[in-house]
Design a protein around this ligand. Sequence first.
Ligand code: HEM
Length: 359
Amino acid sequence: MSLTVAAALCCVVVVVLGGLPLSSEAQLDPSFYRDACPKVHSIVREVVRSVSKKDPRMLASLIRLHFHDCFVLGCDASILLNNTDTPTKIDSEQQAFPNVNSIRGLDVVNQIKTAVENACPGVVSCADILTLAAEISSVLSGGPDWKVPLGRRDGLTANRTLANENLPGPSDGLDRLKSAFKNQGLDTNDLVALSGAHTIGRARCTFITSRLYNFSNSGKPDPTLNTTYLQQLRNQCPKSGSGNDLVNFDLTTPDKFDKNYYTNLQGNKGLLQSDQELFSTSGADTISIVNKFASNQDVFFAAFKASMIKMGNIGVITGKNGEIRKQCNFINKKSAEVDLASVVSKETSSSEEGMVSSF
Ligand code: HEM
């Protein structure tokens, strides 16, 4: 190949690559707020720390909130939007089945936002606050820390239907769990690592009663449940109970972020069916990953960090798209009006040119 041909090819490659959108990963940056809000991490940390002193479970709730945000329209704080009719109709994700009477921490996020706005008004997105709160919660409960890539912007809408479709359920089998994660660009290793967040927090009895009393309509308990643990859970979740009582995910160290989630699975003491599936599905490729994390906490922590960063990159909005919400539960009215105005003016100008057919 002559030098000129090589140089020309090189230019073509540069031009083609230059035309591709950068991956969302490349657009986020841990030092995004270095100039505009240098203390953001410590401000978020202080609120989370003080709330969690009185309510240790909040650390679990905040990690989960970030997960439930990212799996629906990406990590855009869509989960925080309340129902509204104007200026844009929002069907809040908070009423989707996996969230209703279940997600916690919305008020804490607002508390954080207020503290952040006091220091640096109009700069930090609610989506980044959710991500930072998740990392800080991991650290405060004894889990790993990592440099959180930042620079997400807040979305302008929410989608309850997608929340119902995309979020995995506690009775899902392994194939469904894998595909729910795959749909978000996450692989089997991510599934097993991120499920490790169930080393802290609680679940309501309603999610395990069929496992305890009538698994798959068999009239019997889930055969994969350790019998001593089964008895313990039956005491905590009586057959005729309301279903709203709470059970610890990790029976040994309920508020400590450690690798016990995986040792529990090895002992058939996973709380949800979806947890135990990772270890008890015969021949599954997840078994060796569970064993690996159970035998070495450092390996689990490294994987958890990497997968949290990967999850935090799902569908992020950056640059000039979206907005920085003033209040996390509502889109900024002004920006909605501006959007609407620009759509109307585009439609008017196009139809003036006779480009748009009526429909
Ligand atoms: C793999 C599929 C998953 C399923 C089926 C699942 C399901 C559930 C369910 C049913 C609850 C209890 C909710 C309630 O009682 O109201 C729960 C709680 C929780 N989930 Fe998951 N989850 C999954 C993955 C994840 C992931 C990826 C994370 C985070 C990275 C996570 C973090 C949590 C935490 C920390 C709690 C406790 C929350 C609290 O105590 O407030 N989960 N999950």
